[in-house]
Design a protein around this ligand. Structure first.
Ligand SMILES: Nc1ncnc2c1ncn2[C@@H]1O[C@H](COP(=O)(O)OP(=O)(O)OP(=O)(O)O)[C@@H](O)[C@H]1O
Length: 303
């Protein structure tokens, strides 16, 4: 069982602070690193994989510093976000060359094993340039698995995948975790992280915003003032009913719609149809108006 310890780590690029005083511990199983675009996920993953030096703080694997420590790299596999640049190589040639870079005793056998792990045997003789997105992601996984590392770091592995490819990759990641590996993957999509991760770490603007299982993160995201847009046959009457009920902290009538800030989202969505019915108003539309992850995150960080 292998864990990565991140201790008060910061990383800046010139005067851009990408990671700011982050402390977390990534243990066995599947951890989701959730954060909006530009939050610092790739920067953190590259530091965890030993590709990037922290500007301050320490990253260790079972107590051994990761930066400039080749013995640690033997235990870590990293799948970067960018597309493979080796389109002219066949899948097998690519994985064999990775096995050679790791100076493995029998590069061909190691490559065969890694290719089998990701179920890509059938396409191993084809150039990578002819692969689908899902297949490219699998072959990149094989390249990170060729030295059989205990830790696997995946940067936005589901980007650009169709639903079927997503499900296949989720199964593969679950299988890798069931074998006892420590797996961390990044994503900016909450639903994706919820489906796969047993533990979630949230980063926003380079800072550690939240940590927990998906229920705790969900609760943090929904137990908050929530903006809802409502349209009905009589917005004015409905507004009075909502104000009288007291389940909203503000009600505004603008451009032919009601803008409501609900203090308790679940209670409000459950209650609204009843309020409307009692007031003799028909509802046309109820939609959350600040659903973007960014606003959720800025709330989490500001709390
Ligand atoms: N090499 C670099 N030079 C300067 N700034 C950088 C560099 N790499 C990243 N940054 C900046 O650091 C911040 C964090 O970037 P990072 O790529 O780590 O975020 P991310 O969460 O992975 O985002 P995305 O999902 O969009 O890749 C951003 O403001 C980004 O512009």
């Amino acid at each position: 069982m292998t864990s990565i310890q991140i201790q008060d780590v910061s990383r800046w690029y010139g005067n851009v602070v990408a990671i700011n005083g982050v402390t977390m511990n990534i243990g066995p199983g599947v951890t989701g690193l959730l954060g909006p675009n530009g939050a610092g996920k790739s920067t953190l993953i590259h530091m965890m994989g030993g590709f990037l030096e922290p500007s301050s703080g320490t990253l260790t694997l079972e107590g051994t510093p990761i930066w400039r420590n080749p013995s640690v790299y033997e235990n870590i596999g990293l799948v970067p976000e960018r597309e493979s640049a080796y389109d002219f190589l066949t899948g097998e040639q690519f994985i064999v060359s990775m096995a050679k870079l790791h100076k493995l005793g029998d590069p061909r056998a190691a490559a065969r094993r890694a290719i089998a792990m990701v179920e890509m045997d059938y396409a191993a003789a084809r150039p990578i340039g002819t692969y689908s997105k899902g297949m490219k992601q699998r072959i990149k996984m094989a390249s990170a698995l060729v030295h059989d590392p205990a830790v696997l770091l995946l940067d936005e592995p589901f980007n650009g995948m169709d639903p079927r490819q997503r499900i296949q990759l989720m199964d593969l990641i679950r299988r890798m975790a069931a074998e006892g590996r420590t797996i961390l993957f990044s994503s900016h999509i909450l639903e994706e992280v919820e489906r796969l991760a047993t533990h979630i770490e949230v980063i926003v603007s380079g800072r550690h915003a939240a940590s927990g299982d998906f229920r705790e993160i969900r609760r943090l995201m929904t137990d908050r003032p929530y903006q809802v847009t409502v349209r009905s046959t009589d917005d004015r009457t409905l507004a009075s009913a909502i104000i009288a009920d007291g389940s909203a902290s503000s009600v505004e009538l603008t451009d032919g719609k009601l803008q409501v800030e609900a203090t308790d989202f679940h209670r409000f969505t459950w209650l609204l149809p009843q309020l409307a019915k009692n007031a003799g108003v028909r509802l046309w539309e109820i939609s959350p108006s600040d659903e973007s992850l960014e606003s959720v995150f800025s709330y989490l960080v500001g709390k």
